[in-house]
Design a protein around this ligand. Structure first.
Ligand SMILES: Nc1nc2c(ncn2[C@@H]2O[C@H](COP(=O)(O)OP(=O)(O)OP(=O)(O)O)[C@@H](O)[C@H]2O)c(=O)[nH]1
Ligand SMILES: [Zn+2]
Length: 356
């Protein structure tokens, strides 16, 4: 096991959490998810966990299942524990599962600060950063932008300037994993007992950062090797680690595509929202209308046309996925109540006949 037993407060538990449980259940945190294999940490104990039948029977959507970072109510059974309850989440990171579906794929829960990693080499992409920020702003977590591979930057000064403008009030730090103290700016930001999750495309250097943050303790390096051995890069496995400084860090697998399910696009593009209020028509689409303040800003160079295009694309994507999700929820509800849509129709016909 790659995790040394921690106390609940080292795991980041607040006093209110335990109060939500009856005395027969103990508080625990999910520290590892690998396919269907869950590992939980309770007070100075670690156990493999299974889901109680009650929880399985009421789980209709991906969000109803525990993910890494979740706080749960445990019934302990020797070496294994049974998860009886999933406690309300402070934050939830999820994305849309691949394809034309509205199902969610959970990334992590109860993250305090999302570390959005982007490399300063060819990987550098401002539009992708806007996408990740939209996800962060809807999740309930704060965001910090971590620019990696500073040694590979083509134009660090300008890159930093544009990223700062896009990040708004979220801090931006620059890291260089090949330099001796190249991670200092990030290390200075991390606070004990808070939970951080690293997110970003594959290859931006997330594992390298975690390795460096963990230091060279035998346990730490072993922990990472063990994770690698069970194929962290090819599976959806996620682990929560404790850094020597007491911060908690969740490693997420590199993403090729980040489909938005729950995004706060407006929070990410506040500069555009500030312009919109000056458009002549209040249903302005900011494409061709006369008196459009947004187009005017593009024409004067105040607003980047690509940023506007991305705002429109993310807004459309978000609207489409919200609609898909609404329909899927409705269907899940019908199935829960009647078993199927057909059964619902029959039940309604019968009810109508009775009334006549
Ligand atoms: N030049 C340079 N290379 C780096 C730096 N950080 C990481 N790398 C290299 O980038 C490559 C990818 O790094 P990883 O840490 O595996 O990236 P990752 O984000 O964990 O990738 P996934 O596991 O696929 O999500 C490795 O070859 C690292 O050695 C850096 O600061 N500078
Ligand atoms: Zn307009």
């Amino acid at each position: 096991m790659n995790f040394k037993p921690l106390t609940l407060s080292q795991l980041g538990a607040s006093s209110e959490l335990a109060a939500q449980l009856t005395s027969s259940l103990s508080l625990g945190r999910v520290i590892s998810v690998n396919r269907t294999l869950l590992t939980v940490a309770a007070d100075e104990k670690i156990a493999q966990a299974t889901l109680a039948g009650r929880l399985l029977n009421t789980a209709f959507e991906a969000e109803d299942y525990p993910t890494v970072g979740d706080w749960v109510g445990l019934r302990e059974v020797a070496d294994t524990a049974v998860i009886e309850r999933l406690l309300p989440r402070q934050s939830l990171l999820m994305r849309k599962a691949a394809g034309r579906t509205s199902s969610a794929q959970l990334i992590a829960a109860n993250v305090d600060v999302l570390l959005i990693c982007m490399a300063l080499d060819q990987n550098f992409n401002l539009r992708r950063l806007e996408r990740y920020l939209s996800l962060a702003h809807a999740s309930g977590a704060l965001a910090t932008v971590v620019l990696t591979k500073a040694d590979q930057a083509s134009d660090l000064e300008n890159q930093l300037l544009t990223v700062n403008a896009i990040a708004g009030s979220s801090p931006v730090v620059v890291c260089n994993a090949v330099a001796a103290d190249g991670l200092r700016s990030l290390e200075q930001l991390l606070k004990p007992q808070l939970t951080y999750a690293l997110i970003g495309s594959s290859g931006v250097g997330k594992s390298t950062l975690i390795n460096r943050l963990l230091g060279n303790g035998t346990l730490a390096t072993q922990a990472v090797r063990q994770s690698d051995a069970h194929g962290r890069h090819t599976t959806t496995g996620r682990d929560l680690f404790q850094l020597p400084t007491g911060s908690l860090v969740i490693d997420t697998p590199g993403m090729r595509e980040l489909g938005l399910l729950d995004a706060d696009v407006d929070a990410t593009f506040q500069d555009i929202l500030a312009l919109v209020v000056n458009c002549k028509f209040n249903n302005c689409t900011h494409t061709h209308e006369p008196g459009c303040a947004v187009q005017a800003a593009v024409n004067t160079g105040q607003l980047d046309a690509q940023r506007l295009r991305n705002y429109q694309q993310l807004t459309d994507e978000q609207a489409e996925n919200t609609a898909l999700r609404g329909r899927a929820r409705e269907e899940a509800k019908i199935n829960r109540m009647f078993g199927s849509k057909k059964a619902m129709k029959t039940a309604m016909q019968q009810a109508r006949r009775k009334r006549h």
